[in-house]
Design a binder for this molecule. Structure first.
Ligand SMILES: Nc1ncnc2c1ncn2[C@@H]1O[C@H](COP(=O)(O)OP(=O)(O)O)[C@@H](O)[C@H]1O
Ligand SMILES: CC(=O)N[C@@H](CCC(=O)OP(=O)(O)O)C(=O)O
Length: 293
């Protein structure tokens, strides 16, 4: 199907939803795993452009973990993850910033613009967008007080200044944000992209937070997709140990977003073509959604 025919068919299906989403902000976290394939990258950009076309305001927060890993390897810098986060010394921070802000961010901007969009790339430094603070990571231990581990230049979001995003959206631009922030002293921090997406979604009062990853959504004990969970059910799933590894921080980000006023949070398979449109504009969707009630 060519571009025009595809756009027309999507528009027909989307009609009932246009009213609901018109003028609303949707924050989409575009993870490194969902960027690997050229056709998928083009499809992602087309989905973003289609959202703009029907009056939705998408804001992209991107990752790039695998891309950072590859560059560190080429430079002979050993990288280690603790609790799903990259231990970041000064040399690693330089590479993270170069890869995320200099390479991945501009590639996404270019992709969207090639599809006829107007994307602008930002890092958390631009317009004081993301104020960071050093992450104090406490790890629970059996029969001992929690251990505080030092991850170096790994930050968490302290504040989001939406001024620049606001101006860009009003001028019809799609902001594309790299998850790098600065603290009050101007030190640069590497922040997990899911956390940045969640904080940006809350600050913007977004209708939706969409996290694109490399699984169909949240899976239960039998490996079956959980289409919908309330905040309460998601907390129970965390406590019961159904959710492990990288899915733990992802669910926590969804909880923070919905708790902070975002309409719904979605975890979707970024390897599936048109997954954003399928989730937003079909009955029942295709991934997992987390709702307040
Ligand atoms: N219950 C679960 N449902 C789905 N994925 C899970 C679950 N528990 C753990 N995971 C793992 O979480 C991973 C997603 O987290 P992560 O690799 O950090 O994603 P990303 O790199 O896209 O941010 C999945 O690939 C899967 O291995
Ligand atoms: C602190 C930390 O771990 N930061 C991440 C930032 C990129 C990211 O989150 O990328 P994905 O979403 O593609 O995994 C990192 O250095 O890999």
């Amino acid at each position: 199907m060519n571009h025009e025919a595809f756009r027309a068919s999507i528009l027909l299906e989307a009609l009932p939803y246009i009213r609901e989403f018109y003028g609303q902000t949707v924050v989409i976290k575009y993870g490194g795993h969902a960027m690997k394939d050229e056709a998928l990258r083009r499809g992602f950009a087309l989905n973003i452009q289609l959202l703009r076309y029907i009056g939705v305001n998408p804001v992209i927060v991107h990752g790039g973990g695998p891309q950072i890993g590859k560059m560190l390897e080429q430079l002979g810098i050993v990288s280690e993850f603790r609790q799903g986060l990259r231990v970041t010394d000064d040399a690693t921070m330089d590479v993270v910033e170069m890869v995320l802000v200099g390479k991945v961010n501009k590639e996404i901007v270019n992709l969207i613009n090639v599809q006829g969009g107007k994307a602008v790339g930002l890092s958390g430094k631009d317009g004081n967008l993301i104020r960071a603070q050093k992450l104090e990571m406490a790890v629970e231990r059996a029969d001992a007080p929690p251990e505080i581990i030092d991850l170096g230049k790994v930050g968490e979001v302290a504040a989001v200044d939406i001024g620049l995003i606001d101006s860009l959206q009003r001028s019809g631009f799609v902001p594309v944000i790299a998850p790098v922030g600065v603290d009050d002293d101007g030190s640069t921090y590497n922040i997990n992209a899911d956390s940045v997406a969640s904080a940006v979604a809350v600050a913007l009062g977004a209708k939706k937070l969409i996290l694109l990853t490399d699984v169909p959504g949240v899976l239960d004990k039998k490996g079956e997709l959980v289409s919908s969970m309330t905040l309460h059910q998601a907390v129970r799933a965390l406590e019961q140990g159904v959710i492990t590894g990288g899915m733990i921080p992802k669910i926590k980000c969804c909880l923070e977003a919905v708790d902070g006023g975002v309409g719904k949070a979605h975890i979707l398979d970024g390897r599936v073509e048109n997954v954003i449109l399928l989730e937003m504009f079909t009955q029942g969707g295709v991934g997992s959604e987390i709702t307040r009630k």
